[in-house]
Design a protein around this ligand. Structure first.
Ligand SMILES: Cc1ncc(COP(=O)(O)O)c(C=O)c1O
Length: 397
């Protein structure tokens, strides 16, 4: 790549096949939005879809929305649209509750599939909710949680062998942006008979996932980051078809019942992915997500990932060229194949720098005390945006 400069950035933007996608998002003029890994930008199709759902569906059709408007099956239909981005064949993904709720359900269900085994292995440094939930599942089922550094996870599973019931981790480290080898760790889990549960929150919509091909057992994720589903948009759960008949989900509500409208006093799980539903989902949020997913009908995940890797490379080279000696340290791996769609920098004065960036119309994310996190969505971030943040950091440091 030529020397990273404003001019190089413009040239790269001119050659960018995804440049036109930015028009599908309602971003404020002049804002550089590098917080896609917290809350994605508003997709232009969402407001009209939500308006229609409120005024036409709810307002006019009332209770018939569930049957005549097909809302009852939306969790599975939207699930299949998300599933395509996960590398999942249809009928294995359902949308509805928060990531946390889905994670509690599948961690418990996974451990129940391996009853008699004692350990849940989680990633050291993983997202807090995942630790809290793993600990709660362990208390409920009388298991033990061990936190393992991700580079040692595959070896740890092999060493601990048949004591391991479940291995669970995020595909992309939420702090550092490091991308882990889903296939290798899942295989290590399977070699000892354990179940692999992945959190794809920081990967879905940002890179190609191949859950079916990797033989992943379960995965959970949220839709308000790279997928731009909106604040509090529903999470989703993937369960490999081979497990469906055996899943015993702890939060078993009427939406997951085989005959929900019979109002039976006893629980009988639905067949298929429908048994991972719980109760009434937030439909307005689900319809916002459904509209946001339209963008992915018109673009290939390979192209999104290619651009994300190239944006990351340009980011790293610009940091090397313009921030040397100013106290910044790259936390994210340098190799594109080991990164999600995120760059994290360490700086002793991170808080002041982020405030200064915000004043210049650049939004990133601060992880106190010293981490600056930048999540870039290939669909609306340009090389010029990346150069702007590096230039601004040089001026602020
Ligand atoms: C990696 C990861 N896992 C789990 C969660 C929890 O998601 P929720 O709050 O939607 O349950 C988050 C939230 O940001 C996350 O980043």
């Amino acid at each position: 790549m030529p020397h990273p400069s404003r001019e190089t950035a413009r040239e790269l933007d001119r050659a960018d096949p995804l440049a036109g996608m930015r028009g599908r998002f309602a971003l404020p003029d002049g804002l550089v939005y590098l917080d896609a890994n917290s809350l994605g930008a508003l997709s232009t199709g969402v407001p009209a879809a939500v308006h229609r759902a409120v005024v036409e569906n709810w307002g006019q059709h009332l209770i018939k929305i569930w049957t005549d408007d097909g809302w009852w099956d939306m969790p599975q239909r939207v699930g299949d649209r998300v599933g395509r981005l996960l590398g999942a064949a249809s009928g294995q993904t359902v949308v509805g509750d928060s990531t946390s709720v889905h994670l509690f359900n599948v961690l418990t269900a996974a451990a129940r599939l391996r009853s008699g085994r004692q350990l849940i292995l989680t990633e050291e440094g993983g997202f807090p909710t995942n630790h809290y939930l793993a600990a709660s599942v362990a208390r409920t089922l009388g298991l033990e949680v061990r936190r393992i550094p991700m580079p040692k996870m595959a070896a740890a599973v092999r060493t601990l062998g048949e004591r391991v019931a479940v291995v669970t981790a995020g595909v992309v480290d939420f702090r550092t942006g490091e991308l882990w080898d889903v296939s290798a760790i899942t295989k290590a889990a399977h070699d000892t008979g354990a179940i692999a549960v992945w959190d794809v929150c920081h990967a879905v919509g940002a890179l190609q996932l191949t859950l079916d091909a990797d033989s992943v057992d379960f995965a959970v994720g949220c839709s308000y980051k790279f997928l731009s589903g909106g604040p509090g948009a529903p999470g989703f759960v993937y369960a490999a078809r081979r497990h469906h008949d055996d899943i015993d989900q702890p939060l078993c509500g009427w939406h997951g019942h085989a005959e929900p409208f019979e109002m039976a006093a006893d629980y009988a799980p639905a067949t298929g992915i429908g048994r991972l539903r719980v109760g009434s989902p937030n439909m307005l949020s689900m319809l916002a997500l459904n509209a946001a997913l339209d963008v992915y009908d018109d673009v290939d995940m390979t192209a999104i990932r290619q651009k994300s890797v190239a944006l990351g490379e340009f980011f790293v080279e610009s940091i090397d060229a313009h921030l040397a000696g100013l106290g910044f340290k790259l936390v994210t791996p340098r190799e594109g194949c080991r990164r999600g769609s995120q760059i994290t920098l360490h700086h002793p004065d991170a808080e002041r720098i982020m405030r200064a960036l915000n004043k210049r119309g650049i939004v990133g994310d601060l992880r106190p005390p010293s981490l600056l996190r930048f999540g870039y969505n290939s669909l609306y971030i340009s090389y010029s945006d990346i150069f702007s943040v590096v230039e601004a950091m040089r001026l602020c440091a």
